[in-house]
Ligand binder design. Structure first.
Ligand code: CMC
Length: 431
């Protein structure tokens, strides 16, 4: 009769242990009873990149990486991208259900009423160097919010958490737009609550002399769909950073500054910038073969390709490729798409990529759209951070409500020197 447990025989001692299995996992702490002697610390699991370690229970996002499935709260990403708006999806992530009409109106009102930032934030944005990376400016702006909202440290209070969720989702486009315009040396544009979330963001970025900014409908919708696609992705590097930092009960702004830092790396949210740069460097379709050869020799990586979880086509990349064509009808075709399509075509037929199950991920095509809309390359990670805010906050709120949450504190395997006597400076040998 099968039972939901695991029998382990420790060949060092001949001892046998029975460990329960729940939801396809064992609890790592159950391994600690496996000892070679009374004073032995007990068995640890070693997993430096969390490759096979569940760090939490979560009901927010489901991914089946082998089948290329992504769902938020049970809803397929394809349906949300087609039928929903980003603010609806943000509500879904945070609250667990799609909003009814009145709930969406309230949610939209609350987010829109927190889009303004204190004037001192605007002033310190001015202090950045003219070519400061906007992601660094965004990170700093978010961290600074913790000093403007000291009540945010009451993280165990659900109402306080809710207030910070409104504030952060409301303010992040404003900070991002300020960072963008600072680089251009242009005056800052304040939020326009009449516009949609994406429309207002476009207004704060691109408004010039006109009295009322009118977003292009195709671009506004494309940006909103891109926001939906980037809103959450379960326990990725930056979400793990958010949860890990917030587990010390620090305020969410400080935790989110850490998450933005993690997202900015080229292996994570910085990959869209890196992918665009790579496509531009390849330069033309006839150079793709040569580039692929260099990748296979280990000299390069295809940025925007491969994923820790997806071993199939990233469903987000499929949708983005479709949106790209829609955007080009308005903006004109970005020639880099032809290089990208050729690169994908060659790679997906090549044994190197097939064996390693490397497919385009969310970052492969997104930069091509951002460039067509008119964003500078260094804004791409920022465009990832804006929508991911709702995911980070939903994960944070879920974590704070979870009775299993304790401060994140991994173990290590110490492989340094054993205890040794202190060496006076005159007797030290050169290292
Ligand atoms: N181009 C060429 N080879 C690759 C690539 C790539 N983009 N990605 C992985 N490989 C190879 C890698 O060299 C290794 O080969 P081998 O087994 O011969 O050493 C094998 O595939 C496994 O790679 P890995 O680095 O061990 O895989 P990982 O799960 O640790 O890394 C990844 C995942 C996303 C960091 C990696 O695929 C990568 O660097 N991709 C490019 C950067 C990128 O697009 N990042 C965005 C990820 S999606 C957005 C997000 O969620 O942040």
């Amino acid at each position: 009769m099968p039972s939901d447990d695991l029998t382990i025989t420790d060949n060092r001692t001949g001892q046998t242990y029975t460990i329960p299995i729940k939801d396809g996992a064992i609890r790592a702490i159950d391994l600690r009873q496996i000892k070679t002697a009374e004073d032995d610390f007990g068995l640890l699991s070693y997993d430096p990149s969390f490759e096979n370690t569940a760090s939490c229970r979560s009901a927010i996002t489901f991914i089946d990486g082998d089948k290329g499935i992504l769902r938020y709260r049970g809803y397929p990403i394809e349906e949300l991208a087609e039928k929903s708006s980003y603010l609806e999806v943000a509500y879904l992530l945070v609250n667990g259900e799609l909003p009814r009409k009145k709930e969406l109106e309230e949610w939209t009102y609350n987010v829109a009423h927190h889009t303004l930032v204190h004037e001192n934030i605007r002033k310190f944005m001015d202090g950045f160097h003219h070519d400061a990376h906007p992601m660094g400016m965004l990170l700093t702006g978010i961290a600074a919010l913790s000093t403007f909202y000291p009540d945010a440290k009451n993280v165990t209070e659900p109402d306080e958490r809710r207030m910070q969720i409104y504030r952060t989702i409301g303010k992040i486009p404003t900070l991002a737009a300020f960072a963008y315009r600072h680089r251009l040396g242009m005056y800052y544009v304040y939020p326009d609550d009449d516009l949609s979330y994406a429309g207002n963001f476009l207004n704060m970025l691109f408004k010039m002399g006109e009295i009322k900014y009118k977003p292009n409908r195709v671009i506004e919708r494309a940006l909103d769909v891109l926001f939906i696609l980037h809103a959450d992705h379960e326990q990725n590097c930056s979400t793990n950073a958010m949860r890990s930092i917030a587990s010390s009960n620090v305020d969410p702004y400080s935790a989110m500054a850490g998450a933005i830092g993690a997202l900015s790396g080229p292996l994570h949210g910085g990959a869209n910038q890196a992918a665009l740069t790579m496509l531009a460097q390849i330069g033309s379709k006839d150079k793709v073969w040569d580039f692929v050869k260099r990748v296979k020799q280990g000299e390069e990586r295809i940025m925007g390709f491969g994923h820790r979880v997806y071993k199939n086509y990233d469903p987000r990349a499929k949708i983005i490729r479709r949106i790209a064509e829609e955007v080009f009808e308005t903006t004109g075709r970005n020639p880099l798409i032809d290089i990208a399509v050729e690169l994908e075509h060659i790679a997906l037929q090549d044994d190197y990529f097939v064996e390693r199950k490397l497919y385009p991920n969310v970052d492969f095509y997104s930069g091509i759209i951002y460039q067509a809309i008119g964003f500078s390359v260094d804004m791409y990670p920022v465009l990832f951070a804006i929508p991911r805010t709702s995911g980070w906050l939903a994960q944070w709120d879920e974590m704070m409500r979870d009775s299993a949450t304790r401060i994140a504190r991994p173990r290590q395997i110490y492989d340094g020197e054993p205890a040794r006597p202190y060496m006076p400076i005159g007797k030290r040998r050169s290292s």
